[in-house]
Design a protein around this ligand. Structure first.
Ligand code: SF4
Length: 110
């Protein structure tokens, strides 16, 4: 469960840079870096359509396939908060989880 800060302001679920979705799915099974991850829950807000009327949550359940991330435990995100980026995205692949941190770099060269 995490609080999500999200710059994808044209997503249906985005409100004041927060996320109103009750759960997120993040892709990136083979990701070694954040730009290879993506927020699969993204829905492009088409002009003229109402966006989500809910308020941003602080405890979003995150299912995440990016198993090479240090915060990933059994395909769930254990971070307290994450940052999703992807301004002006039109498809999920143009978004990413910027909080991704590779397990390979843990304890490596700094
Ligand atoms: S911080 Fe890591 S485990 Fe959490 S959503 Fe982002 S990529 Fe997945």
């Amino acid at each position: 469960m995490a609080e999500i800060k999200c710059t994808v302001t044209n997503c249906y679920f985005n409100k004041k840079l927060g996320c109103t979705a009750s759960s997120l799915t993040v892709n990136g099974r083979n990701a070694d870096e954040s730009r290879s991850t993506s927020c699969h829950t993204f829905i492009e807000q088409k002009p003229g359509l109402r966006s989500s009327v809910d308020e941003p949550r602080g405890n979003t359940d995150i299912l995440c396939a990016a198993v090479k991330c240090v915060y990933n435990e059994s395909e769930r995100c254990q971070a307290d908060d994450i940052i999703v980026n992807g301004k002006n995205a039109s498809v999920p692949e143009e978004t990413c989880c910027s909080t991704f941190k590779s397990k390979a770099n843990e304890g490596g060269i700094h």
